[in-house]
Write a protein that binds this ligand. Structure first.
Ligand SMILES: [Zn+2]
Length: 363
């Protein structure tokens, strides 16, 4: 990877490239922005560029320094991220290797990992030593996961940064950190990736078929890490679930209760949120199918589920009336409730009731 291979984020790249070229560098940077927008990926490239020995474009990705930093094998480069307590050294190495391999995605097999005070103390100890090369570069990924003690300890480093040390913090929730940390860093803001950027990257780097890439991009809303996770999911099965859910929606309450129980055993909150996202896309497609011609749209071009045209059409024809605006509002409200930790059975029961109200079957 080099700067070119970071998806989008032209502005952050430009700022960093300018800083590198002029060597007007800050001691501490804070990369902020949504999850899956590439903050850690760019932090690693930036670190490589700081060490890179090439005379041309940096990072060159060819020299031994670029390679060693990229593989997290350079003694002056440290990548800290939330880890479970008492992680074994080999396990930590495995996790770090997976980040080096694919900085957009992260193995998260544990609940509530933190960056502990011990890690930052170790960092403080190291920061007093002279680096092997010219300087030391530290990335602290998901810095908001630092414990309060760890954050306080880091603040001491930031207050008097060693001259030969650069620190890059990343976070999608920077405001949960003390303002004193924030104010000592140069903030670089990342924007969510566009659907276009996500789907192009999926096609180009993962060989995903363009139709599927477009659908995944719509679901993940700018989060490339989630897009990579979706490659592991059975997209067809998920789409089947949408049709199934809408069918249940028209049935009696008892059938709905049974379905909710069954769904709850298969879906966690995150998957359910994605499923609701798919429902939104489904209804947008039905809307395009019903009214698109009137606006002179080439329906096939606009449909996300273009390969499901027949099912969409059958679905559309079953209803005399579909209250699209109300349906969009209801589904979006349910998504909000998932974020606010409302009980899943309650969310679904209410959603079924309300969707039913806005779907009028043909006589
Ligand atoms: Zn290089």
């Amino acid at each position: 990877m080099s700067f070119d291979r970071i998806i989008g984020q032209e502005r952050p790249k430009k700022i960093l490239q300018r800083a590198l070229a002029s060597r007007h560098l800050h001691h501490a940077y804070f990369f902020t922005g949504p999850e899956g927008s590439g903050k850690e990926a760019l932090a690693i490239e930036f670190a490589k560029a700081l060490y890179c020995s090439s005379q041309g474009v940096k990072p060159c990705d060819q020299c031994s320094l670029c390679r060693r930093v990229g593989q997290f094998n350079h003694p002056d480069f440290l990548f800290l991220m939330p880890m479970p307590k008492n992680t074994a050294v080999e396990e930590e190495r495995e996790i770090l290797d997976s980040v080096a391999e694919q900085p957009y995605s992260r193995k998260k097999p544990w609940p509530n990992p933190t960056i502990s005070i011990e890690r930052i103390r170790e960092l403080r100890r190291i920061s007093m030593l002279k680096p092997l090369e010219l300087y030391r570069v530290i990335v602290i990924a998901e810095a908001d996961k630092m414990t309060d003690e760890a954050a306080n300890s880091l603040l001491k480093i930031l207050e008097e940064p060693p001259p030969n040390m650069y620190i890059i913090l990343t976070s999608s929730r920077p405001l949960t950190l003390p303002a004193t940390i924030f104010s000592r860093c140069q903030e670089i803001r990342f924007s969510p990736l566009t659907d276009e950027q996500v789907s192009t990257a999926l096609v180009q780097t993962k060989g995903v078929e363009p139709g599927a890439a477009r659908l995944i991009a719509r679901i993940v809303q700018g989060n490339f890490a989630r897009a990579l996770e979706w490659l592991e999911e059975d997209l067809e099965e998920r789409r089947e679930s949408v049709v199934e859910l809408l069918r249940v929606c028209l049935r009696d309450p008892l059938a709905q209760i049974e379905y909710v129980e069954e769904l709850q055993s298969r879906y966690d909150r995150r998957l359910l949120k994605d499923l609701l996202g798919l429902i939104l896309i489904w209804f947008r497609d039905v809307q395009v199918l019903r009214h698109g011609h009137a606006y002179g749209l080439d329906v096939r071009e606009v449909l996300v589920n273009a390969d499901r045209m027949e099912t969409l059409d059958k679905f559309s024809r079953a209803f005399a009336e579909i209250g699209f605006d109300d349906i969009f509002a209801e589904v979006e409200r349910s998504i909000e409730w998932i974020d606010r930790n409302v009980q899943i059975p309650l969310i679904l029961t209410v959603l079924f009731m309300r969707l039913q109200r806005h779907l009028v079957l043909k006589g």
